[in-house]
Unconditional design. Structure first.
Length: 115
């Protein structure tokens, strides 16, 4: 699978200082709104739009089970897999995060014609 790797921070220290535990920050990268957070299990990036009714997940909260909870209907999604843990069979798009010596990157899957 081919990705576009987009640098979002200069280094890991900047990432740690900016993305606080259980707080969400939204980036718009290549036309996609991506919600990034940090929990005690690591850093996670998922789509910001709830697949159920379109609410901004960044206005929700994290659970102790490493889930993001939608602010509108309280649907929950596993931050690592994107799978729904309540509320139906919806799933979130997840994005890999890589920490490299030259910065912190988020991967966005390349479209079939870009690969």
């Amino acid at each position: 699978m081919s990705y576009h790797w987009i640098r979002i921070f200069e280094n890991e220290t900047e990432l740690e200082n900016y993305i606080l535990p259980n707080v969400f920050f939204v980036f718009e990268l290549r036309g996609e709104k991506i919600c990034i957070t940090r929990t005690d299990k690591g850093y996670f990036a998922v789509q910001d739009k709830c697949p159920h009714n379109g609410a901004s997940l960044s206005k929700g909260f994290c659970s102790k089970e490493n889930e993001i909870i939608c602010p509108l209907h309280r649907y929950s999604f596993d931050l690592k897999s994107g799978k729904a843990t309540s509320g139906g069979a919806f799933a979130l798009k997840t994005y890999p995060i890589q920490i490299k010596p030259d910065g912190v990157y988020v991967g966005i899957k390349a479209k079939w014609w870009e690969a």
